[in-house]
Design a binder for this molecule. Structure first.
Ligand SMILES: O=C[C@H](O)COP(=O)(O)O
Length: 259
């Protein structure tokens, strides 16, 4: 298997300078193999710069959102060009909290993603269904619709700068983690969609990571699944437990690569 493990930590709107600096210090000191995994933390915007300076080599930093336009009268927003200016390589776009609370549409998220790639920033592109949609048997329709919006506006070559994060909304921050089998089924479905819609190459090479109540105790089983290439961790990334998640995911990946 050629896809590299990806573990993201989304701090959301949590922490302060002191607590997050201490947290990153714990990550810096942890014995994790940052060569075999891509580790990316996403702090609140105003802590990006100090934490980027503080994080050791191998721990990258992402923004949690950005505006699609390069500059202008958009009070409160940050542009992708500004992220690029401070040396950032990653941004999370399409998180379900942006989709639901801030009413970001599939089209806007696709536009932001295309703008990020144009600005030279890689994207953790989040998709996922609500509980109502899952219970209404609409998971495939929803994740396909969200991914199709992006497929329309980027090229085949652009996909190498995208990590798809499948995050079932009903599993985010609820403690209700999707079982490894349920998550695997959806990841497989997303990969098949990429194969049919884009190409087999893009399907084989794009990393699809899982998010939603990932913790030290379930990371290994989730990452053991053939189509799960890592995790996007929320709550547990604010604790030293994040290191256990990275280690567990690395163990799974090493085992999978021997298959
Ligand atoms: O971006 C991360 C996801 O929203 C997952 O959050 P969680 O691990 O707190 O459920």
């Amino acid at each position: 298997m050629t896809r590299k493990l990806f573990v993201g930590g989304n701090f959301k709107m949590n922490g302060d300078l002191e607590s997050l600096t201490k947290l990153v210090q714990q990550f810096n000191e942890a014995d994790v193999d940052v060569e075999s995994a891509e580790v990316v933390i996403a702090p609140p915007a105003l802590y990006i710069l100090p934490l980027k300076e503080h994080a050791r080599a191998g721990i990258q930093v992402a923004a949690q959102n950005a505006h699609q336009l390069p500059a202008g009268a958009y009070t409160g927003e940050i542009s992708l060009q500004q992220l690029k200016d401070i040396g950032l390589k990653w941004v999370i776009l399409g998180h379900s909290e942006r989709r639901t609370i801030f009413h970001e549409s599939d089209e806007l998220i696709a536009e932001k993603t295309a703008a990020a790639l144009k600005a030279g920033i890689q994207v953790i592109f989040c998709i996922g269904e609500t509980l109502e949609e899952r219970e209404g048997d609409k998971t495939e329709e929803v994740v396909t619709r969200q991914t199709e919006a992006l497929a329309k506006v980027i090229s085949e070559d652009d996909w190498k700068h995208i990590v798809v994060a499948y995050e079932p909304v009903w599993a985010i921050g609820t403690g209700k983690v999707a079982t490894p089998e349920v998550a695997q089924d959806t990841h497989k479905m997303i990969r098949s969609f990429l194969a049919k819609r884009i190409s087999q190459k893009v399907a084989d090479e794009t990393r699809i990571i899982y998010g939603g109540s990932v913790a030290g105790k379930n990371a290994k089983e989730l990452c053991n699944q053939p189509d799960i290439d890592g995790a996007l961790v929320g709550g547990a990334s604010l604790k030293p437990e994040f290191v256990d998640i990275i280690r567990a995911a690395e163990e799974s990946f090493k085992a999978k690569s021997k298959l």
